[in-house]
Structure formats: C-alpha cells, structure tokens
Design a protein around this ligand. Structure first.
Ligand code: FAD
Length: 397
C-alpha cells in the first residue's frame, strides 16, 4: 500500500471540519477530509449562524449562498405570563450582518461541501474512519478504515481533529477533558410556524414560572421550539424515533407544553424534527499536541442553549487556517500557544454565557419569577441593551 502525502488531514466532515478544509483548500493547501459517515446527515439540528461566522464565510464565498436560503432574525422578544418584558434588536450588533441567520444544519453542511468541492473536488473522503495517529517531528502518519473496511493511510504535515465531542483524535493524543453535566432536560422540535407574518424575523423567549420556551423562525414557514421540560421519561423520544421520524406522542407533549406556557397552539402533525437532550459542558485540557490541533466540539462542547457551539468551532477554524497555511508554506511547525489560549478563553466565555441562559430559563416560583421578570424588563430597557445584542450575536468571539 502506498501512503498518500498531503499538507493537512482534517478528521471529521461535520460543519467545523468542512469549513476548516474549505478555508485551507481556498488557500491552495493540499487537504483531505476523512468523514466516518457514508452519507450526509439529514435534519435541522444546529440552526443559528451568527454575524462573525457570516463574516468568516466570506473568505470562501459561502456568505451569499447561506443568506440566500436562511431566515434572518432581527429581534428577540422576551415574554412572561402573557406579557412582553422587552425587545432585543440586532440592528447594532454587527456592521455587516445586523441579524442572526437560521438555516437547517444539513443545508449549511451541504453548502460547505459545495464550497470545499469547488476548490478541492476530491478532498472529502466519506465512509472513512480514523483509528490511529503516529506523530513525528516533521509529519503525522494517520491510518484508518475506508468505505469497504480496507486499510487507508496518509502522511500529513498537520492533522486537524474536527471529530466532535467524542473525539478519537483527542483520545489518541491522550488529552483529557474537564467539565460538568447539568440537571436540565430539553425537548426541541420544528413545526409549521403558528406566529403571524409580523413575527417572521423575531425570536421569542418565554420565561414564565414553568420554565423557558424559546422559538426561532426557520426557512419554509417553520419555527424551532425549545422547551425545558421536567426530568421525566415521558419526554424521552421513543427508541425508534431516530429512524422513523419524529415521535408523534412526544411532538404532542411538546405542543402541550408550549400551549400551557405561552398560549400558542402548535399543530403537532406538522413536526418535522424532534429531539430530546440533556446538557453538558466539556473542554479539552489542551487544544493540540505538536502537529495535531483540535477544533470545534472536539476542543470544547458547550450547552446548545444559546446556539453558539457550531459558531465557536467555525471561528476556531477561521483563526487556525491562516496559521496552518503559513506553517505549510514556510515548513515550520506549531504549536501556536497564543491561538490555543485565545480559543480556550473564548470557549469558556461562551460556556458561561450558555450557563446564564440556562439559569434564566429554569422553572421558578413566586417571588423568584417576579424578580426574573423585573431583571429582564430593566436590562432590556437600558440604553446599553444593544451591548447585550452584541453578546448574543457573538461579537466578542
Ligand atoms: C440539540 C442541539 C442544538 C444545537 N443548536 C446549535 C445552534 O443553533 N447553533 C450552534 O452554533 N450550535 C448548536 N449546537 C451545537 C452544534 O451542533 C455543535 O457545536 C456542532 O455540530 C459541532 O460541530 P463539529 O464539526 O465540531 O462536530 P460534529 O458536528 O460532531 O461533527 C464531527 C464529525 O466527525 C465525524 N467523526 C467522528 N469520529 C470520526 C473518526 N474517527 N473518523 C472520521 N470521522 C469522524 C462524525 O461523523 C461527524 O460528522 C447544537 C447542538 C445540539 C445537540
């Protein structure tokens, strides 16, 4: 077997690995992506695309195609017990993109694959799983299994581990993680949008006493609902749900939760995606060793509440790609301690912000509910509220 030689191997063809590879390929770097899945994923999953990511997408001409399909969220409205507490406007959150875009993750990934193929048509190798790494001073040997179980290997100047929260690359490097599991349980689902046309660019966050219900407009007249739910098996998706489409009983239970807390009636039969999840936070102790660097969920997993995890990973990739391209061009090696420290600090900040979001959405009784409502009313009415919009739009990342 002859070993292929390339500049950079990206392990993992999820949203972050695809973006990292497309950025490198656009800079003329010889890149390959090994992706374990044989077929592209379906489903909406991560939907929020923040202004700094849209800015970074411009480097590969991805901002236009994403915006052509996405729905633009220009305001967020906080409500409780049938009353509006305040409005957050994204108008001053970014000079280039004064909104948060929403698009189903499978569409975003499909557009990323197209951009990668435009610069490097053969770069993405699906059905290919990394199993071993052998690190040397001036290269890394990677091996794994190809689509038919055959052995595959590659010699790369650098390896990027973009293989998600259960990263094999991280394990092979012997890098541990720290973090915590949270007690919260959520259910999220996509339904036909029951809000009137005036709310098509508005995210709604209801923080009533029974716990948060958030909703975000999606393309094609749909809306994503996310609700914190009791820690009860009734909110566990049926085991067949992954293969058989949304579990109708769970869709009806989520619709009932939304109706009870917000008064909004969802048509459960229009549910196209449904998922129940618990929340955890993990950070890799190091973001790489020698010529191997971790990005995305492999480096830091944060609570989905706040919708920042995928964006954090894209911004890792945007910051790492020029360093890698430069190292390939000059024949130098990492590590890049300043890059590593910066990305770790930014991930910690995002994780803390997600914690605040979760705390604000937990069920509360009596005076605590009144206090939360008063706090949100005050914060959203201050002249500094646009600063909060910048925080939610990840202007700091
Ligand atoms: C319910 C939910 C909602 C979310 N909503 C949002 C949101 O709105 N906005 C947001 O920014 N984030 C959101 N997130 C977080 C977001 O989904 C993740 O941060 C993002 O998917 C991470 O991307 P990634 O490419 O790093 O990892 P992944 O998406 O996990 O991709 C890793 C890829 O690596 C492949 N792989 C794994 N091991 C190997 C191997 N050994 N060899 C080859 N390939 C391998 C996998 O098949 C996979 O394709 C949400 C998360 C959840 C759970």
């Amino acid at each position: 077997m002859t070993t292929e030689r390339i500049d950079v191997l990206v392990v993992g063809g999820g949203p972050v690995g695809l973006f990292a590879a497309a950025l490198l390929a656009a800079r003329g770097i010889d890149v390959a992506v090994w992706e374990r899945r044989a077929t592209p994923p379906a489903g909406s999953r991560a939907i929020g695309i923040h202004p700094p990511s849209l800015d970074a997408f411009a480097a590969i001409g991805l901002d236009g195609p994403v915006l052509a399909e996405a729905t633009l969220v220009r305001t967020g409205v906080a409500r409780s017990r049938g009353r509006t507490l305040g409005t957050l406007r994204f108008a001053r959150a970014s000079d280039t993109h004064p909104y948060v875009a929403t698009l189903d993750q499978h569409r975003t990934e499909s557009l990323l694959r197209e951009r990668l193929a435009a610069s490097a048509p053969a770069a993405l190798r699906t059905g290919t799983t990394l199993t071993a790494l052998d690190r040397h001073a001036d290269h890394v040997d990677a091996s794994g299994a190809g689509p038919d179980g055959e052995e595959v290997s590659v010699r790369a100047a650098f390896v990027v581990g973009a293989d998600g929260a259960r990263s094999v690359v991280r394990d092979l490097l012997g890098i541990g993680t720290t973090g915590r599991d949270y007690p919260d349980r959520y259910v999220m689902g996509d339904f036909a949008d029951p809000e009137d046309a005036g709310a098509r660019s508005t995210a709604l966050v209801d923080v009533g006493p029974a716990g948060v219900v958030e909703s975000f407009p999606l393309p094609s007249g749909r809306r994503r609902y996310v609700a914190v739910v009791p820690d009860d098996e009734a909110f566990e998706p049926a085991p067949s749900a992954a293969t058989a489409g949304p579990d109708p009983a769970l869709a009806a239970r989520l619709a009932a939760v939304v109706a009870a807390r917000t008064g909004v009636t969802l048509d459960a039969s229009t549910c196209t995606m449904l998922s129940g999840f618990r929340v955890r936070r993990r950070a890799a102790d190091r973001v790489g060793v020698g010529r191997v660097v971790l990005v995305g969920d492999a480096a830091h997993e944060i609570s989905p509440i706040g919708g920042q995890g995928m964006n954090l990973g894209w911004l890792d990739a945007a910051e790492l790609a020029p360093l890698l391209a430069d190292a390939v061009a000059t024949g130098t090696a990492g590590p890049w301690p300043r890059y590593a420290r910066r990305r770790q600090v930014i991930a910690l900040r995002a994780a803390r912000q997600a914690e605040v979001n979760m705390a604000l959405g937990r069920p509360q009784r009596g005076l605590a509910t009144t206090g939360r409502e008063a706090l949100l009313r005050t914060v959203l009415s201050l002249p500094t509220a646009h600063g909060l919009a910048r925080v939610y739009a990840m202007r700091w990342a």
